[in-house]
Design a protein around this ligand. Structure first.
Ligand SMILES: Nc1nc2c(ncn2[C@@H]2O[C@H](COP(=O)(O)OP(=O)(O)OP(=O)(O)O)[C@@H](O)[C@H]2O)c(=O)[nH]1
Ligand SMILES: [Mg+2]
Length: 443
């Protein structure tokens, strides 16, 4: 879903991340690239333009160019702005005051209305509802049958009439029937339109008035690009559309319409269809989608976790000690403790920007907490003196430690070697930092 855009944006943002300070020129260059990426993904021209303008405005407003962590701030601004154009908070499903909840489905021909009716019925069942469907598309002879087959597969009753009754009539009766049999949601399937045509539009308005729906979902084919946005505008003018459902996001679509429709028409995206199967419907969450599009993994999740984990720990002292090359086994234990507080290692790795999607599942499961546990066992088998002063660990001590930890001397040797390597690289790092003009701490 939106793979190309995701890849492009992730690359652009990766090129600025870890740069720290950024000049206004850097940001302008980056924003130009973002704009091209959005347009190439078929995002509405005006939406893309406003997007860039807002990001720039916020960047200037927050004075990011003076900051040492401009890269992170800009990425956050881009993500927030994406969330904003996607609709900020996902609207809650409107169940209405008393059952049944009526959901009117509309859209152009072949957009996926009938399929989406069934997917939605399945979703409603998962929400604990007892849905019913109404077959109000009598334009196409096979349409009623199609809905009935889907209803049967889901064990959801379908109200239909094929004796020439009007769609409005069928809708009214379906609603009465739904109340009568105490079903609590009614999904109304309607006839498709080749393009926005008046007689069919009038019919839709009549069904709308007769059923007074809580939700009006406009089904849009995401492969039709910007045309979907025009369609949304036209429907929204006639019936109050409460949400868009974008279908066929599983196919190779540029998907820009999904990003544009809310900002261009005010109609929020509520669900997306990602396949032909009845299960292939996902609720749409602007914030998660934005996160996914910029491909940054759950950066905020990691930061939040780290902040919680480090609460109460004297992080600055720890850093100072490490830099001065005093790193010992006590500090190593302390680090493990903090890491543990952040949760399972595998989950954290998955959240790391750019890594998450790329590490194969098998590799992730190979990384386990057992390694950490083994190392800890070795450290626990040392005396306090040995932990704070590894230099005294001679060969007889190594043998004793190995025995105590139930491991080999070789493993103990390796761990001690690792500690010295870490000491050296930390010292070098701190020397480098002071040479680079005392960049200091970022936060
Ligand atoms: N790949 C994919 N195909 C979909 C999706 N949603 C619907 N389709 C397919 O799109 C085609 C049209 O779906 P329908 O549900 O019949 O569309 P409709 O809007 O009811 O069509 P009319 O009643 O003729 O106006 C079918 O072949 C569906 O399987 C989706 O999310 N992904
Ligand atoms: Mg249909």
């Amino acid at each position: 879903m939106l793979d190309n855009l995701t890849r492009r944006l992730a690359n652009i943002l990766a090129s600025i991340s870890n740069r720290g300070r950024l000049s206004e020129d850097d940001v302008n260059t980056m924003l130009r690239e973002v704009r091209v990426a959005l347009l190439e993904a078929d995002v509405n021209f005006k939406v893309a333009k406003d997007f860039i303008a807002h990001v720039r405005e916020k960047a200037v407003g927050e004075d990011v160019f003076a900051s040492l962590s401009a890269d992170q701030t800009i990425i956050k601004i881009v993500r927030d702005e994406l969330t904003e154009i996607l609709g900020a908070e996902a609207p809650k499903f409107n169940w209405g005051n008393e059952p049944p909840t009526v959901i009117l489905m509309c859209g152009l021909q072949g957009s996926g209305k009938t399929t989406t009716c069934a997917k939605l019925a399945k979703w409603l069942i998962a929400q604990g509802k007892k849905p019913m469907m109404a077959a109000c598309d009598i334009q196409r002879p096979a349409a009623v049958k199609q809905l009935e087959v889907l209803g049967e597969a889901l064990d959801v009753p379908v109200y239909a009439r094929t004796d020439g009754a009007s769609p409005v009539q069928i809708a009214k009766e379906a609603l009465a029937k739904c109340r009568h049999v105490m079903r609590d949601a009614l999904i109304v399937d309607t006839a498709g339109r080749l393009h926005v045509d008046e007689p069919l539009m009038d019919e839709l308005v009549a069904i709308f008035r007769a059923t007074n729906p809580q939700e009006v979902f406009l089904v849009l084919d995401s492969t039709t690009g910007q045309e979907a946005v025009n369609v949304a505008e036209a429907f929204h003018e006639r019936v109050k559309v409460t949400g868009a459902v974008f279908t066929k996001l599983d196919s190779d679509t540029r998907g820009g319409a999904v990003l544009s429709v809310r900002a261009a028409t005010g109609v929020p995206v509520r669900f997306v269809g990602v396949g032909e199967q009845i299960e292939a419907l996902e609720p749409f969450y602007p914030d998660r989608m934005a996160q996914r599009i910029i491909g940054m993994g759950d950066v905020l999740g990691i930061i939040e976790k780290a902040e919680i984990a480090f609460q109460g720990e004297n992080v600055e002292d720890l850093e100072k000690t490490m830099k001065s090359g005093q790193f010992d086994f006590n500090l190593m234990l302390q680090q493990f403790k903090m890491m543990r507080k952040m949760g399972p290692l595998q989950n954290i790795l998955k959240m790391i920007p750019g890594l998450g999607a790329q590490i194969p599942e098998e590799a992730l499961s190979a990384i386990n907490e057992k390694d950490v546990n083994r190392i800890e066992a070795i450290i626990f088998s040392m005396t306090p003196k040995e932990r704070s002063n590894p230099d005294i660990i001679n060969s007889s001590r190594r043998k004793r430690i190995a025995r105590g930890a139930g491991t080999t001397v070789e493993e103990v040797n390796n761990l001690i070697k690792q500690l010295y390597t870490m000491r050296r690289s930390m010292k070098e790092l701190s020397k480098m930092q002071s040479r680079m003009g005392k960049l200091g701490r970022r936060r």
